[in-house]
Write a protein that binds this ligand. Structure first.
Ligand SMILES: [Fe+2]
Length: 238
């Protein structure tokens, strides 16, 4: 399988992910061994920070990786995991936070206090900024009944959803993810790896489980969605 990791904190020293170049190297080598050919580097973009400053730091870290790591590793595509907050879409140049050369932007929702403003911000991202939000690790939010209601509402829309590899490896979260596919949600997978020991990349294991438990069709659909995103093509439910 030729895999894409859409969510990875692999860049050194920019967030709570890889703390140095050696950790970055270990993560990238592990991804390569799992069949990952492309990794979207998604450091945390935290609310109210300067987009220019974020991009500058991210690109400097990426440059360092390219210059210093000479192992056979996956191609790294710059992106961000963008913390959504009330008023975010009033900012300009949000397109700089997208996956490089696309209009797709990985959005992290708050873990608490979900409210109508979230839909308004997502709507403005699409309408005002002409961007296409991908909701990061939706599997991690289903902790309260209140959130469940919001997740269900999100699933009714044509929003793209990124699922964490780890969610497929645990029985309880796997049943949640199963719901996404039963409802024909548009999904892609990411490892959300932060380091080589605790929050590591388990993408290959996840795809193997996916194929076994959910079948070849779901697997192919997810791989196809991923390729389309990197080509900046539209993804539709039907
Ligand atoms: Fe993350």
């Amino acid at each position: 399988m030729d895999l894409i990791d859409f969510h990875a904190h692999i860049l050194p020293g920019v967030d709570d992910g890889a703390k140095d170049l050696e950790e970055t190297r270990k993560l990238l080598v592990s991804q390569k061994m799992q069949g990952v050919s492309r990794v979207v580097a998604t450091p945390h973009y935290l609310k109210h920070t300067s987009i220019s400053e974020f991009v500058k730091q991210r690109d400097a870290a990426l440059e360092l990786v390219k210059n210093e790591i000479h192992d056979d590793v996956p191609q790294i595509i710059p992106g961000a995991e963008v913390e959504l907050y009330y008023g975010f879409t009033r900012k300009r140049h949000l397109e700089r936070l997208c996956i490089q050369n696309t209009n797709y932007i990985l959005i992290e929702l708050p873990f608490e206090f979900w409210n109508e403003w979230i839909y308004e911000e997502l709507y403005q991202l699409s309408v005002k900024h002409k961007l296409r939000p991908i909701i990061a690790h939706l599997d991690r939010y289903i902790t309260t009944v209140r959130n469940l209601k919001f997740v269900n509402k999100l699933l009714e829309k044509d929003v793209l959803i990124q699922v964490n590899a780890g969610a497929l490896l645990r029985f309880t979260s796997r049943s949640i993810v199963k719901e996404f596919w039963k409802r024909d949600a548009l999904t892609i997978l990411g490892s959300d790896c932060h380091d080589s020991i605790g929050r590591k990349c388990e993408l290959l294991k996840a795809y193997t489980v996916l194929k076994k438990k959910f079948g070849e069709d779901v697997l192919q659909k997810i791989l196809e969605n991923g390729e389309k995103i990197l080509k900046n093509q539209d993804i539709f439910r039907y």
